[in-house]
Design a protein. Structure first.
Ligand code: NAD
Ligand code: UDP
Ligand code: UDP
Length: 323
């Protein structure tokens, strides 16, 4: 811990897509950053430009094991986030969400740190209320293929609110909707990375189902801005708070936009819809607007252009192998 306005911030999952952007922004604000990651889906590549920074430290550690350090703030982002990654070892996914939350909450309790949880719109499951406000309890299959992630994240929210009520912990719960941008894992099967890589390599664009399902895509910079605003908000603002872009898009429209923006000649091919794939997803962001003064600033086209440029660089300059 440090004196003055600079804080020591722990970012779990800090070598991942969102975590690496968060580490970067916290360093820019003058804080000490401890980036903790077991490198399951994250990579050193995402943080290699930070490694020599005097206020940055990387620790390889699994959040399912206890951790004894001194920090002021904890951003708990550790958890595989894409369906193929979180379904690869579903028991470990639940352990990461639940045991990881217990350990990070135990740490926060011991050092009296403020703690923010990267929760997810998946807590709403396949929603029957649209758009989804935070008051909605969701429609989640407890025994399906997505349950390890959805129920793990729901249980983590329960733990956050119980530590808050029982131990007066300062908590912040952020429900993140689909977020995209540079440093997404090129092989994680998520729709934005899949479509861009397929378009850039001339492979068929894989549309699951009819492509009529919707998502609301938020750009990473806006998401990080929301996370920082939430962490710095007054203590009585615990969340849950939706952070996402309320502009809803069908998956088919996304495919067409990516083809158009990349000038690709990739054909669209149809594949079966994955198990329990939610049909629609759109955040009600009234709370974020009112309580945090937050709203997204990046249009889909602007964010896609930056993400396409990132993957072009990975493919052409760094010559990354993509499955
Ligand atoms: P990501 O896979 O790029 O990042 C997750 C990071 O956590 C990786 O670096 C991974 O190695 C690390 N990790 C996984 N298990 C761990 C463990 N047991 N111990 C330590 N580290 C571990 O995914 P992301 O998109 O950056 O997601 C970050 C967080 O945001 C996750 O908690 C995810 O559930 C949440 N979230 C993301 C989205 C999105 O669209 N990107 C949406 C909702 C919620
Ligand atoms: N913990 C940790 N770091 C700490 C304090 C606790 O990793 O600095 C972990 C430890 O594994 C513990 C868990 O957090 O079991 C929950 O801590 P808490 O104090 O809530 O409960 P305990 O299990 O210690 O009674
Ligand atoms: N999707 C698709 N083709 C792909 C990857 C995903 O049509 O190559 C669809 C998927 O069925 C889902 C949506 O895109 O309806 C978003 O999928 P993603 O895995 O990115 O996120 P999540 O389902 O967790 O929101």
């Amino acid at each position: 811990m440090r004196l003055g306005t600079s804080k020591t911030c722990l970012v779990t999952g800090g070598a991942g897509f969102l975590g690496s952007h968060l580490c970067e922004r916290l360093l820019e604000q003058g804080h000490e950053v401890i980036c903790l990651d077991n490198l399951f889906t994250g990579s050193r590549r995402n943080i290699e430009h930070l490694m020599d920074h005097p206020r940055f430290e990387f620790q390889r550690h699994d959040v399912t094991f206890p951790l004894y350090i001194e920090v002021d703030e904890i951003y708990n982002f550790a958890c595989p986030a894409s369906p193929i990654h979180y379904q690869h070892d579903p028991v470990q996914t639940t352990k990461t969400s639940v045991h990881g939350a217990i350990n990070m909450l135990g740490l926060a309790k011991r050092v009296r740190a403020k703690i923010l949880q990267a929760s997810t719109s998946e807590v709403y499951g396949d929603p029957q209320i649209h758009p989804q406000p935070e008051e909605y309890w969701g429609h989640v299959n407890p025994i399906g293929y997505r349950s390890c992630y959805d129920e793990g994240k729901r249980c983590a929210e329960t733990l956050f609110f119980d530590y808050h009520r029982q131990h007066n912990l300062r908590i912040k719960v952020m429900r993140i909707f689909n977020t995209y941008g540079p440093r997404m894992h090129p092989n994680d099967g998520r729709v934005v990375s899949n479509f861009i890589v397929q378009a850039l390599t001339g492979k068929p664009i894989t549309l699951y189902g009819e492509g009529t399902q919707t998502r609301s895509f938020g750009y990473v910079d806006d998401l990080i801005d929301g996370a920082l605003r939430l962490m710095n908000s007054p203590d009585d603002i615990t969340g849950p708070i939706n952070i996402g872009n309320p502009v809803e898009t069908t998956v088919r429209a996304l495919a067409e936009k990516v083809i158009d923006m990349t000038g690709s000649s990739s054909p669209i091919v149809y594949k079966p819809l994955p198990h329990d794939d939610p049909m629609q997803r759109c955040p009600d962001i009234t709370r974020a607007k009112t309580l945090l003064g937050w709203q997204p600033n990046t249009q889909l086209e602007q964010g896609l252009a930056k993400t396409i440029a990132y993957f072009e660089h990975l493919l052409k300059v760094e010559k990354i192998e993509i499955a």
